[in-house]
Design a protein around this ligand. Sequence first.
Ligand SMILES: C[S@@+](CC[C@H](N)C(=O)[O-])C[C@H]1O[C@@H](n2cnc3c(N)ncnc32)[C@H](O)[C@@H]1O
Length: 482
Amino acid sequence: MFDKENTMTTTITKNQKQISMFREFREENKEESFLKLISSEYKKIEALRVLDKIDWDFKDFTTQYLSHKFHSYPARFIPQIPLSFIKLFTKERDTFLDPMCGCGSALVEAFLNNRKSIGNDFNPLAALITKVKTTLIPSSKFEHLEKKMLRLKRYLDLDYRRVEERANNLPNRTVSKIFNKAVIGKLEAIREMILELRDEKHYKLYDFGRVALSSVIWSLVENGNGLDVDNAFIRKVQIMKKEILAMATVVSSPPAVKVICKDARKLEIENNSIDLIVTSPPYVNALDYYRAHMYNMLWLGMDFDFFRKHEIGGHSHFIINRFRLLSEYLGDMLRSMIEMNRVLKKSKICTIVVGNSSLEYELIESYKYFSSFAGDIGFKCLKTIFRNIDKTRKYTSADIGQIDDEYIVVLEKVSDSKINAEDDDFIAQEVNKQMEAFKEQIRRNPGTSIRGRRPTKERLLRNVDKISEALETIKKDTKIKE
Ligand SMILES: C[S@@+](CC[C@H](N)C(=O)[O-])C[C@H]1O[C@@H](n2cnc3c(N)ncnc32)[C@H](O)[C@@H]1O
């Protein structure tokens, strides 16, 4: 008998299959045509035109491959952003720089494409992750670590003397509760095993193990209790090993990579030595990296308090008047941009990727400030590209959830900056100009970033007084804290 229902089901399934195959085909093509577009050789003027042809949202693109899989990091790059600039504006063996490199997404792309690179970040965890993601380790070297991991189970049965000490040292926060005694015991055992690698002078494996441990701690902080810590660590090492070995097949002769853990406002890099900069600085009042990584740093023996003092864009201070954060941020970013100009070769490209943020109901359009600084410090703003952020993906974090879009500011170095990054008077003067303009803008149109209940007009206008107050302390707020 003719089974109508069954036939229909088959037809639908077939169609669905075809649709999904077509989708796959289409997506593949999207990525392929993007790669083809950026891989041809262009003169600079043509490369700038190619930027207009790229769909910067990179929706559904594969972004988690090779060492990009090693460690989560808040507000990291979609690899295709730095990749586009690296391919279009440098040639093999040129030197690339990301002065606030975070977990090194841009450096991985430079590495895979045979460009020398320098990554700088004042967060010691960021510097460690970047180094490990761009360091190849031969397969034979892993045997030592694997043998140790086999013995790990035995370690775990030991009664850990240091559990009490570690438990007492945890910061006094709710999240500390996830580190119960059993978890602490396991993490301590793994940490001791990793420390042995350092004592045995297996430095690459030591760093590799620390990143794997840090990634497990991140999962604990993000997902709470219940993680099978030792097995999660072993699994992580296996995944990382597989990816680093795969990378060795892509990069036959690894280009030089230098990772520096210093302040972007005082780069320890030679003048006029860099062929391309692509970076994404922190956003003002959005996320404290020191807070996000506090537990990781604690376990890895890093000083998160030192980084807290020098972090750009942090918001753990100026609680009474948040607009002072903006003065401080603008001063810090201006100094960093002067440093970018100093190290970049003339006529080369410097790209800064940043999102808008929000401060006391007001929209902070950082990209406009950066473009406005550019002309005074030897840069020319060539274009600003807008892109939507896919908030369903892991590249943003819950803490910076207000950010929906991003701007890619493309600058060209036209001359050496006449201003030095240590010129406190110039910095204060420029920030003063911007803050005065901001105050005027708010006086005319208050409440440019209101989410949820609308505050009263009086409340919004009180911001004008607060900015006036912040203007009084600019000189002090823009000075680098020692
Ligand atoms: C938006 S994240 C960069 C993410 C990076 N693009 C990636 O793909 O991982 C901004 C970085 O600026 C770093 N940073 C903050 N203050 C700094 C400073 N004074 N000097 C250098 N880096 C700093 C933070 O540690 C953070 O890693």
